[in-house]
Design a protein around this ligand. Structure first.
Ligand SMILES: Nc1nc2c(ncn2[C@@H]2O[C@H](COP(=O)(O)OP(=O)(O)OP(=O)(O)O)[C@@H](O)[C@H]2O)c(=O)[nH]1
Ligand SMILES: [Mg+2]
Length: 251
């Protein structure tokens, strides 16, 4: 049977993580497939992902890109492949480094039955971060709060990459037209979703610091995310769509 949910995992140098992560996702008691989007990682992550695709035909797919093209376009390449799969009704995104534990996926999918978007969130009761240095915690909390207040978002974790989107959301907000990458992409995507009237829910998660490998986040990315927030502020003045119902509610 074809999975109805595809978990998109962008990777750049995640050879220590990818096979274990994909295995854990596939072993969950939910109907999911996996799409790895690898940017020709020098450490051979792409080959490892390919080996998983051979071992699980139809359940694991790999998009190989020629070089490091950024997280935003990696997500959109994953969405495109996911939506092209027969029976695909939801697409998830998660990091490859075990900061987003696969064990939260079933709760997010359950929550997605009557919501348009579900966020695995650090900033709702029960959520949080583990093993993160104080500097990183302060930076994350401040940028989240700034984005939330400046853009009038209802979600509390605005930069989270652990998300579940319903097909209709991706078809309407057209993520491929978002030019920014990384955190900027995530904030802009959430902004578009909320402005379009889609219902967002947050499931608490404990975000753990990466287990293996190197961080790819840079100060440049944080500054770019701030600039994205400033660029979007004028769009707040445009009309906001009324809350949307799920197809099943409007039938
Ligand atoms: N395909 C692709 N994946 C990327 C790129 N940059 C980062 N990633 C992946 O995106 C996910 C998030 O990147 P991280 O480096 O973990 O960023 P972070 O979680 O903000 O920071 P740390 O946890 O401190 O490393 C990981 O799975 C990375 O391998 C990219 O340019 N292309
Ligand atoms: Mg990470």
């Amino acid at each position: 049977m074809q999975p109805n949910t595809f978990v998109i995992i962008p990777t750049y140098n995640e050879a220590e993580n990818i096979q274990r992560l994909v295995t854990e996702v596939l072993e969950l008691p939910v109907d999911v497939g996996v799409i790895v989007v690898d940017d020709n990682s020098p450490d051979g992550t792409g080959d490892q992902a390919e080996a998983m695709a051979q071992a699980y035909p139809g359940r694991v797919h790999v998009v190989h890109r020629p070089g490091k093209l950024g997280l935003g376009t990696a997500y959109t390449a994953g969405f495109e492949l996911a939506l092209g799969q027969p029976g695909a009704a939801w697409a998830m995104t998660m990091d490859a480094d075990f900061s987003h534990l696969p064990s939260y996926i079933p709760a997010m999918i359950a929550c997605g039955r009557d919501k348009h978007i579900v966020i695995g969130s650090r900033y709702v009761p029960g959520g949080g971060t583990a093993n993160w240095p104080l500097r990183r915690r302060v930076l994350s909390w401040c940028s989240n709060t700034f984005a939330r207040l400046a853009l009038g978002l209802t979600a509390h974790d605005t930069t989270a990459g652990f998300r579940l989107y319903r097909r209709a959301v991706l078809e309407m907000v057209r993520p491929e037209s978002i030019r920014s990458s990384g955190y900027s992409f995530l904030v802009e995507m959430l902004f578009r979703c909320e402005r379009s009237g889609f219902q967002v829910e947050e499931v608490p998660i404990i975000f753990e610091d990466r287990r293996e490998g190197q961080s790819k986040i840079s100060w440049k990315e944080v500054v770019r995310a701030m600039l994205t927030v400033f660029r979007l502020i004028p769009c707040r003045l445009k009309r906001r769509e009324p809350p949307r119902l799920l197809d099943s509610e409007s039938a």
